[in-house]
Write a new protein. Sequence first.
Length: 452
Amino acid sequence: MAIIPQGRLFSWKEIEGRSDLDRLRMVLSVIPDEGLMETLESYRGRGRDDYPVRAVWNSLLAGVVYEHASVASLRRELLRNGELRDLCGFDSLLGARAVPTESAYTRFLRNLFRCTAEIEAMFEDLVDRLGAELPELGRHLGIDGKAIPSAGRPSGKGPDGRRDPDGDWGAKTYRGRRCDGTIWERVKRWFGYKLHLIVDVRYEVPLGYEVTRASVSDTTRLLPMVERLGARHGWVLERAEDLSGDKGYDSEENNRKLWDLYGIKPIIGIRRDWKDGEGTRALDPDRADNLVTDEEGSVFCVRQSLGDAHKIEMVPMVFYGFERDRGTLKYRCPAALYGYECSERGTCSQTDYGRVLRVPLDLDRRRFVPVPRSTYKWKRLYRGRTAVERVNSRLDVSFGFERHFIRGMKKMRVRVGIALVVMLSMALASIQMGKPQRIRSLVWSPGLRRAA
């Protein structure tokens, strides 16, 4: 917390009917902002100190916590709310005169936008402190990208001159299949930026982030973000068992390096790029066999039907585990395992154990992964990626990115960093208060507070 000198003659805490300042107090109690304060005070130097750096910074945190979309909105709240001014550190004796002017906030923000490194350091410090409090943090990871439109225009000058030279155009395509079998497609386009997040899917807190231009592909950012996460927080990669992401992260290189370099199981959706009507392919094109695979990597045995010799059946082979030392997926014959008749039983294997198939991951790193997509475990882990979507939703709804006035890469990185620092501070304070059920919450209703 930015420490404010004590010893005032008057405190708003004595007034009955206190306003709801619990959330801000929680943030101020744990946020590691001393380094940032020293930097901002050095920028001010021996200039006028009408509005103390620490008080102004605390008021900006209040603006994030209480969802003020602009400085004007924040100033209106400070002008009317004496208890909030007191908590931020403004002089109580000055009353509303202690609230900084809009031009003072503009000068302060100009210096704050130079402090990207200090804000990132705060984020990393909070991640380490959360890791010390939560032994399971980082075990299951999720990754996703979030579109953040710019408040500026792509080119030229409009009536208000709001041009953003740093942003560019991004697009995301959504596809699906209707009940009648036809394909639908919807393309979302925006001008601005993209936030890439790595999140712990159990606790729904961010562990790593990156802000890029909107056109940057999600696929290309997965490995650099994981590498940076390991360099800054080695304990995360030591704990991590899997990482889930949608098909935007599907690539041979991502799957291979996640497992081979970091021992993290890729739980990533696969892009459909086979031709229409091509349901299966031979598992090994160079070998005459009755085993085939589909686009997702499921393995089937092709056999004649016992009831109709002219009918062909495809029976899923039974996944029997991942052999880490061999780098293979082990499958067994379903007829032998479950004890039912099969027309091909004699040709596949002469033993009661039945045929055993080992599929090397290197056969196709996109389709064959340590946890096959046909298993219940994969489906359960894949649902974990929705945790990132919920974090993104909180950024929109509770942190103001649904409606903002941010233009420029430098401002966007600082604003995103502050929002994530506040989110982590709320989570850490909740744990230290002995109320981990609040770790995902930014906004609590009075009823929820009484229940907690």
